[in-house]
Ligand binder design. Structure first.
Ligand SMILES: [Zn+2]
Length: 207
């Protein structure tokens, strides 16, 4: 490909900064790794762009458990003088793929992950002799296999409800989990919104 051809093929209508904003709009708890894959840039570049957006006030970044949680400042104006007075919110709405609530999608996905760990715990043999049985944390992080010790009574109490999971304190995600009980070594959470339906649907005890 000649340089002229290359230049013709490489330009885009939407800058990487806007692509990153769109990723965040779709999933406010997205990881840098996922942004990098979706935009087609390195994780380092994604990190730099997010830092730019935060610094310029387009994105607010907060820590939620072990993840970053982003909020887009929709009322902030675009940067080029030609777009003076235009806010970014409507631009993002225009470019988003669907109007189906991304929050619901995310809650569904989290409920699926947590249900997979519940399934795993349901196959664990209860230790009838010791005081505890060691289970795995049922948080939404697929990579988390941290142990949680529960008595049979505690475990059965949690399993009695189709929408009830236990996680290590700090592994809950405010957007998808409602904490309903705080024990010393675990929290009991309930899935919010669309996640609740998934949790109930996937309950191995009622299927
Ligand atoms: Zn966990």
């Amino acid at each position: 490909m000649s340089r002229a051809e290359e230049a013709q093929h490489s330009w885009r209508f939407v800058t990487n900064h806007t692509q990153v904003l769109l990723c965040i709009a779709e999933n406010p708890a997205i990881r840098l790794r996922e942004i990098a894959v979706q935009v087609g840039i390195t994780e380092r570049a994604a990190q730099r762009i997010v830092a730019d957006l935060v610094e310029a006030g387009y994105v607010i970044r907060e820590r939620s458990g072990r993840r970053n949680q982003y909020t887009i400042n929709r009322g902030r104006e675009m940067r080029h003088p030609a777009q003076f007075g235009y806010e970014i919110g409507p631009l993002l709405d225009l470019l988003r793929r669907s109007n189906y609530s991304q929050l619901d999608l995310r809650r569904e996905r989290a409920a699926r992950n947590e249900s997979a760990f519940r399934e795993l715990n349901e196959r664990t043999n209860l230790d009838e002799h010791g005081p505890f049985t060691v289970f795995v944390c049922e948080c939404e992080d697929e990579a988390c296999v941290e142990p949680v010790s529960l008595t049979t009574k505690e475990y059965e109490g949690i399993r009695a409800n189709s929408n009830s999971f236990f996680v290590i304190p700090g592994h809950e995600t405010a957007m998808v989990d409602q904490v309903i009980e705080r024990a010393e070594s675990y929290f009991v959470v309930r899935k919010r919104g669309a996640g609740a339906e998934v949790a109930e649907e996937l309950d191995p005890r009622t299927r």
